[in-house]
Write a protein that binds this ligand. Structure first.
Ligand code: IPE
Ligand code: IPE
Ligand code: MG
Ligand code: MG
Ligand code: MG
Length: 322
């Protein structure tokens, strides 16, 4: 992966996030807390993927700026809110995020809840402000924006990321539930693990993590005018990539150090979480990360578009440091 290119893309996302974040209001420290939660580092992967998926189907700088960039920012706002809430004492009770005190540690518990709420609303405010003048040039653009908006709402909501967080924080595992991606790993011949626990854990990952990656790739494709078959290929890629990404996150929780990772380590064990890496052991978990990354790459290759950058990006996440 070309490090300069990824740095340039990350900086571009940081610049547009700053543009879309609000200035001060007369509402106490909310704008400061929102800025703190969004502009505190972060890999910007979901926003970068959304813009890249858009470019696979549409190379038009004006449309990218007017439609795809507000969506990319909205998705980062939703992701940032999900992290702020994920760190709350009632959830993972974490004190370190992106190398800094978590939002509720810095601003207080109530502000942690409210900052998440504000970022979620800002996401939809940002999208619904896309310029209608630009839309009237192209009868189809309004339809695409609405379709992408619906996809984002669905993937981020009660049956998507939020649903996954519900299962992750509150439920005991249900042996009847199987992840979509579970049967795909038959060929790996894994051993010495609790099958039901793994099936259920991967199901949670498909919700809490994959759904936002699916939203990134699908919204980019929808806005870029992709055909239904191509949008579904992007969804499959997002699902597999999310599994790989979350399993690697579990591995890093065990093998990394907080000073490198920028967040607490061994927190999954501390919280009694049955992560895939704890169920399978790190070595077998690494096999899954590689497998699901390849599955994600195969899925985007199905679109017959130029997928070079996304392939490299997916590959670079396999042995990432943070
Ligand atoms: C963290 O996501 C949450 C997980 C799904 C594991 P990222 O690792 O993408 O977080 P940032 O945005 O780079 O901090
Ligand atoms: C993913 O899981 C969190 C969200 C979907 C918001 P984790 O709880 O493992 O994420 P980190 O490790 O805190 O970033
Ligand atoms: Mg969590
Ligand atoms: Mg967490
Ligand atoms: Mg984690």
């Amino acid at each position: 992966m070309n490090k300069d290119l990824i740095k340039q893309k990350t900086e571009h996302i940081n610049d547009i996030l700053k543009e879309y974040l609000p200035e001060n209001t007369n509402c106490g420290r909310i704008c400061e807390a929102m800025g703190y939660s969004v502009l505190n580092g972060g890999k910007r992967l979901r926003a970068i993927m959304l813009l890249e998926a858009f470019r696979m189907f549409c190379v038009d700088e004006i449309q990218e700026k007017k439609f795809a960039e507000p969506f990319a920012c909205a998705l980062e706002f939703i992701h940032a809110y999900s992290l702020v809430h994920d760190d709350l004492p009632a959830m993972d009770n974490d004190v370190l995020r992106r190398g800094k005190p978590t939002t509720h540690v810095k601003f207080g518990h109530a502000m942690g809840v409210l900052t998440g709420d504000a970022l979620l609303n800002l996401a939809y405010e940002t999208i619904s402000a896309v310029e209608t003048d630009a839309l009237s040039d192209d009868g189809d653009a309004a339809k695409r924006v609405l379709k992408a908006l619906h996809t984002l709402g669905e993937k981020a909501g009660f049956s998507g990321m939020v649903g996954g967080q519900v299962l992750d924080t509150t439920e005991k595992y249900d042996p009847k539930i199987t992840a979509k991606g579970f049967n795909e790993i038959d060929s790996l011949e894994l051993s010495n693990f609790d099958t039901n626990k793994l099936k259920y854990t991967l199901h949670i990952y498909e919700l809490k993590t994959s759904e936002l990656f699916e939203a990134a790739l699908m919204c980019g494709a929808i806005l870029g005018g992709a055909a239904e078959k191509e949008i579904l290929a992007m969804e499959r890629a997002g699902r597999a990539l999310g599994l790989a990404f979350q399993i690697e996150d579990d591995i890093l929780d065990i093998t990394s150090d907080a000073s490198v990772l920028g967040k607490s380590t061994n927190i999954d064990e501390k919280n009694g979480k049955d992560t895939a890496a704890r169920i399978l052991g790190v070595d077998q978990a690494v096999m899954l990360v590689k497998f699901y990354t390849d599955t994600a790459i195969d899925a985007i290759l199905n679109t017959d578009r130029d997928t070079g950058f996304l392939e490299d990006l997916f590959e670079s996440l396999v042995m990432r440091k943070l």
